[in-house]
Ligand binder design. Structure first.
Ligand SMILES: Nc1ncnc2c1ncn2[C@@H]1O[C@H](COP(=O)(O)OP(=O)(O)OP(=O)(O)O)[C@@H](O)[C@H]1O
Ligand SMILES: [Mg+2]
Length: 316
């Protein structure tokens, strides 16, 4: 039985803005982390670049986890998932099957009712140490509308107690450039398109140099072209930065395009029912989207999703 998490280190700004369980959060990031941000010292060397088919050690492991909410809803029952370094794993499943619940548990948010979660093969207290940081990106950009983009992006550093100054400004500039918003730091969120707002939200998640990025339907509200573009942006950053990503989506196409592995969940009780390994090389691009290989994987994942959904309906 896993203890209630008391020292979760997640992007506190994001949690505070949009998370029902944020009452359990005690963001305790340390100013020491800024050094790594500025120097980019967590950045992998070229020799360490991700090779999707050779994932490394476990970054987060969920073992036999049940989650029962206070109102008695059994959101997860016996969920098992291990995500290894530099994997890109998508979670797919019918609405209400527990994807967001599982993602939040991977973020150390809230208690599990049963089972065990480990980060970097240890307890949650290692999260926040150098090379062991996580960030959460929500479906909506959740930017502060009254603050300029760079202030929004700087927020996690401020919450970490990092004083505003040339060092934190340099960190903000660096992530804004990475997401292609270097000319928009002084804009207000309302002056950005939906896709640009999502990129600002990703920049905010990146400013403390996370290695584990948990994304809950981040592009669900966007048009297909913008979503495709952001998919490519995220893939590029994932490869460049050596991140590990867990990505919730309702789109079979998006899951197949992005992932090394698609995990399909079923509802009632929420659990993982199937996995499909997408054994296609990176970088992936427009050619992959129209390939027979892509179509084959989409069919495989769609069928798994149908099976998961029909189980859920039968159980209902
Ligand atoms: N805070 C909560 N309190 C009580 N029940 C909850 C809470 N959050 C989620 N649930 C329930 O837990 C189950 C799983 O919800 P969750 O949000 O994890 O599903 P999901 O797979 O992310 O759904 P969607 O695809 O619609 O986002 C649902 O039955 C939901 O009603
Ligand atoms: Mg959800």
């Amino acid at each position: 039985m896993t203890e209630r998490v008391t020292q979760p280190w997640v992007q506190p700004s994001l949690m505070a803005l949009d998370d029902a369980d944020c009452g359990t959060m005690k963001g305790t990031p340390a100013a020491r982390d800024l050094k790594a941000v500025q120097a980019g010292s967590d950045k992998p060397s070229a020799a360490d670049m991700p090779y999707a088919h050779q994932p490394g050690r476990a970054v987060v492991e969920v073992a036999g986890v049940d989650k029962v909410y206070a109102n008695g809803t059994v959101a997860l029952k016996g969920a098992n998932l291990e995500v290894r370094e530099r994997e890109f794993v998508s979670l797919l499943g019918p609405s209400g099957c527990g994807k967001s619940t599982l993602l939040r548990i991977m973020a150390g948010l809230g208690e599990v009712s049963q089972g065990k979660v480990q980060w970097w093969e240890q307890d949650y207290d290692v999260v926040g140490q150098k090379g062991r940081k996580l960030a959460f990106v929500f479906q909506n950009a959740t930017l502060m509308p009254w603050a300029r983009v760079r202030k929004n992006v700087r927020l996690p550093l401020e919450l970490a107690g990092v004083k505003s100054g040339p060092e934190s400004e340099a960190a903000v500039d660096r992530v804004l450039e990475m997401v292609g918003l270097k000319d928009f730091g002084n804009a207000f969120p309302r002056e950005l398109s939906g896709g640009m707002q999502m990129r600002a939200s990703i920049a905010r998640a990146m400013v403390t140099e996370p290695n584990l990025l948990l994304m809950d339907e981040p592009f669900g509200a966007l048009d297909e072209m913008t979503r495709n573009k952001l998919n490519d942006d995220v893939l590029r950053l994932w490869q460049e930065r050596g991140w590990t990503i867990v990505f919730v989506t309702h789109s079979v196409y998006e899951a197949v395009y992005l992932s090394n592995r698609v995990v399909v969940m079923g509802a009632r009780p929420g659990r993982i029912v199937e996995e499909v390994v997408i054994d296609a090389p990176y970088p992936r691009g427009a050619d992959f989207r129209v390939s027979t290989e892509f179509a084959g994987y989409c069919k495989q994942v769609s069928q798994a999703l149908e099976r998961a959904s029909s189980h859920a309906q039968e159980a209902h």
